[in-house]
Design a protein around this ligand. Structure first.
Ligand code: PHE
Ligand code: NA
Length: 491
């Protein structure tokens, strides 16, 4: 579960979301969302998954159906199953279409570190050149997909588990060393820039900026909590379904959160932003957008002894972190084909490969990254929270709070404090409703394109050209098609 949760979300997505949403303004709703949503929804998903597993199910649709039946008619319960199944399918498909790209970037940067390709160059320009170099992007993304296909096709959960047990601790150690290096960076470029300024940007609470962009920042922060903890995707449910009915979920869920948050807030938070503040300056750091980590980190490697080896090791570890997360969504789609239409695992794996290849192709071919960012905004900041809301409605409300509480504590190694019950029953769902409602209202009020325009200009730092508008429109059409496919699949 930790290998699944700890991924590029911690080292790639967290810093760029944090940097582009006001730093200290972002951290306030981030911690609120961690305590009020992250921890309770984690418990909900572990409990739901173990419950479904008891009846031989590993996907959300049947799990929601089984639980909702406790208080509504089977036909109504079916509706919840279909909505949950649709969202899980759509998230798995859409998330994979761009997440695999970022894993591909890590593969490329492993190679470029080893060969010293970016040494002595402007790292921002290097990154922009890389994403515009279609052949290389296709190569590294394609190779990554191929490895994923092979791993999933073999059903190598044992092998993966063995790798995770080695690579994850190594990742921690490497990250700690890098953090020490990053924070002792003075101001190598300009005296007024420094890594410490970056830390200040993150840790100084900024209520002013938060109140100016309240919904946008709050939803981005809650979305990041979901993304990084792998919530609202169906994959925690899926993994938990392999547990026995008396296996602990309470302490294990909390341990997953703790391991992930240390890797995110302490390690992930002390790398890309401080390094970017030291080498690129505050202005560029906060405008770097989705490429932030890949623009910032190479600066350190090219300025340290053994940087080629150290850089290659680091990006290889990132590749692994992404890989062990990506396996979960890939496997979810294959598991659906196995369970629903009894397709052979090998055939299912390569069918999903073709499907994900087609979905990922427009992302790989778009060097402006507007298409990728549009997908990441919808998935990361919207669908995950929506599925989280349904998680709670089904597993806590319809399954009934007392049943849920009892189920959560079956075989548990800890007792969840009683005050978490009202958080689960009222505060968490209201919080999610509030976030989704606020964002929808913002979205409608500002017109369909304004959210993206904001994103493209402020988060990505690009001009809002007609080409970008048409890319975004295409991304939305694909999102719609996937939602419809998801509904059909779930039905
Ligand atoms: N939690 C993962 C991360 O932080 C996100 C993820 C999980 C993405 C599974 C894809 C598949 O990177
Ligand atoms: Na994570």
């Amino acid at each position: 579960m930790a290998g699944n949760a700890i991924g590029l979300g911690n080292f790639w997505r967290f810093p760029y979301q944090l940097a582009s949403n006001g730093g200290g303004a972002f951290m306030i709703p981030y911690f609120l969302a961690l305590v009020l949503l992250g921890i309770p929804v984690m418990w909900v998903e572990w409990t739901t998954g173990r419950y479904g597993g008891k009846y031989g199910h590993g996907t959300i649709g049947p799990m929601f159906y089984l639980m909702a039946r406790e208080s509504v008619k089977p036909k109504t319960a079916l509706i919840f199953g279909v909505i949950g199944g649709m969202l899980a399918f759509s998230v798995a498909a859409l998330l994979s279409s761009y997440y695999y790209q970022i894993i591909g970037w890590s593969a490329a940067y492993t190679y470029y570190s080893l060969t010293g390709a970016y040494f002595g160059k402007d790292t921002v320009q290097f990154f922009l050149n890389y994403v515009a170099d279609t052949k290389s992007v296709l190569l590294f993304w394609g190779l990554t997909m191929l490895f994923l296909g092979i791993a999933v096709g073999q059903g190598v959960s044992k092998g993966i588990e063995r790798w995770v047990k080695v690579m994850m601790p190594v990742l921690y150690v490497f990250a700690i060393l890098l953090v020490i290096r990053a924070l002792t960076l003075g101001s190598p470029v300009k005296p007024e820039w420094s890594a410490v300024k970056g830390l200040e940007y993150i840790w100084k609470p900024d209520f002013q900026t938060l109140s100016e962009n309240f919904f946008k920042i709050s939803l981005a922060a809650a979305g990041q909590i979901f993304f990084t903890l792998s919530l609202g995707m169906g994959i925690i449910h899926n993994y938990a379904s392999y547990l026995g009915p008396e296996d602990d979920v309470a302490l294990s869920g909390l341990a997953t959160v703790s391991l992930n948050e240390f890797a995110e807030v302490i390690l992930g938070g002390s790398l890309a932003i401080p390094i970017a503040f030291a080498y690129m300056g505050p202005e560029a750091a906060t405008k770097a957008g989705v490429g932030l980590a890949y623009m910032a980190l190479p600066n350190v490697f090219m300025n340290m002894p053994g940087g080629q080896i150290f850089g290659a090791m680091w990006f290889l570890l990132l590749w692994f972190a992404g890989f062990t997360s990506a396996i979960a969504t890939y496997n979810y789609l294959v598991a659906m084909l196995e369970e629903d239409i009894h397709l052979d695992r090998k055939i299912g794996t390569w069918a999903v490969f073709g499907f994900l290849f087609l979905l990922g192709l427009p992302v790989a071919l778009d060097s402006t990254l507007a298409y990728l960012s549009e997908l990441d905004m919808w998935v990361g900041s919207y669908f995950l929270v929506l599925l989280g809301l349904f998680d709670v409605i089904v597993a806590v409300w319809l399954f009934k709070p007392d049943n849920f509480w009892e189920e959560l504590h079956k075989g548990a190694y800890m007792k969840v404090p009683g005050w978490y019950k009202p958080i689960l029953v009222y505060i968490a769902p209201l919080f999610m409703l509030f976030l989704l409602g606020g964002n929808t209202w913002d979205y409608l009020k500002n017109g369909a394109f304004t959210v993206s325009e904001y994103y493209v200009t402020n988060v990505l730092g690009y001009d809002y050209t007609p080409e970008i508008v048409s890319l975004i429109t295409r991304a939305r059409i694909v999102i719609l098609i996937i939602l419809v496919l998801g509904a059909l699949e779930a039905y």
